[in-house]
Design a protein around this ligand. Structure first.
Ligand code: SF4
Length: 350
């Protein structure tokens, strides 16, 4: 079978470590995810990503530490102040400790995200970081997923032991949210200037978004110099204003994961590729980060997502095994062989 010449050229660049540009990205995103070309693209992305890191994947844990009706007001999020049913609550020390114990029971959690709403109390957040540092193993990195923040705030977080920050300028930022895209990007710069790693994501992708919108969003992270990129589809959370548009399929999400993987891999700091929510098609298309979630979650209307949409550690290990990864990496980059014995040992044959 003959491969389309333009796709062939782009894949050749990717195999040769030559950065893909916006035009390449745009072309790849116009390919139908149900086509032979998409299959080839997804296989190429998985193969290049896996060859670079000894076929390893990482497990992250996310804990929502605060819940408030959020002034971010994002139309796709269950916490937006104009449509949420959530009341203010904060995770107790006991709950935090318990969740960390669950995530870290087998010492195979690469990184732990502590997530707040858009506005948060820095002092309380720094105390939460200190408590997380005290309870998590040394091989688990502590990360922040917070609202727009200053350089000084990130310096404090770094001092407290945070390695990196998840932050995004969302598709439709300023239109579907009450936040300013420039502030979102400045926050990412602040994190980098404070010496923190930056993890970002093209999100929240819905069926109505154009290829140009996706390209612009994907290249924000690439141009800033990310350590992790990712793709997230918007979940049609009942009650959220954008639920009416529906969702893209997991196959389309996997196609986008493959495109972002190929476009990001030549960024010198780029290490891992994520997908939200976890799905097998994306792990066969370049993704190698899986996230276990507990507590508050913008894509869920349950107060503790581990009881609904969120996956636990056992399900994460099992999914990575089923998708053919050979190793799980800890936060110090050491590897644990991912085989049947390991699944049995960690109670993950679920
Ligand atoms: S996505 Fe984040 S900033 Fe937006 S409403 Fe939800 S919690 Fe707030």
């Amino acid at each position: 079978m003959k491969i389309n010449t333009q796709l062939d050229k782009i894949l050749e660049k990717a195999w040769s470590d030559i950065p893909l540009n916006r035009e390449d990205c745009k072309y790849l995103l116009t390919i139908d995810e149900r086509s032979f070309e998409s299959g080839l693209l997804r296989a190429a992305a998985a193969s290049i990503v896996r060859n670079k890191n000894d076929n390893s994947a990482i497990i992250l844990g996310q804990i929502g530490v605060d819940v408030t009706p959020c002034p971010g007001g994002c139309n796709f999020c269950t916490f937006g102040e104009d449509h949420t049913d959530f009341k203010e609550s904060h995770l107790s020390d006991y709950e935090l400790e318990e969740k960390i114990r669950d995530f870290c029971k087998y010492d195979d959690l690469y990184g732990l995200y502590l997530m707040t709403m858009h506005t948060y109390d820095l002092d309380r957040f720094l105390q939460t970081i200190n408590k997380a540092k005290a309870h998590a193993p040394k091989t688990t990195q502590i990360w922040a997923n917070v609202g727009d923040s200053s350089l000084d705030a990130f310096r404090e977080m770094k001092k407290a032991g945070v390695t990196g920050v998840y932050h995004v300028c969302r598709i439709g930022e300023g239109v579907e949210t009450k936040l300013n895209p420039d502030d979102r990007i400045q926050t990412m710069k602040n994190a980098l200037d404070a010496g923190l790693e930056l993890y970002t994501c093209c999100e929240p992708i819905g069926p109505e978004h154009t290829v140009d919108e996706l390209v612009d969003n994907i290249f924000i992270g690439i141009e800033l110099g990310i350590t992790q990129h990712a793709a997230m589809r918007r979940v049609a959370v009942p009650g959220s204003p954008l639920a009416k548009y529906g969702q893209i399929s997991e196959l389309r999400l996997a196609h986008i994961v493959a495109v972002i993987s190929l476009c990001s891999l030549t960024v010198p700091t780029m290490a891992y590729m994520g997908v939200h929510e976890p799905n097998e098609l994306s792990y066969a298309a370049g993704a190698n980060i899986i996230t276990a979630e507990s507590g508050a979650n913008p894509r869920d209307n349950q107060a503790d997502t581990s009881k609904n949409r969120g996956m636990d550690m056992a399900l994460c290990r099992k999914m990575l095994f089923e998708c053919g990864f050979s190793n799980i990496r800890k936060g110090d980059e050491s590897k644990i062989p991912l085989d049947l014995d390991y699944l049995i040992k960690t109670d993950s044959l679920v």
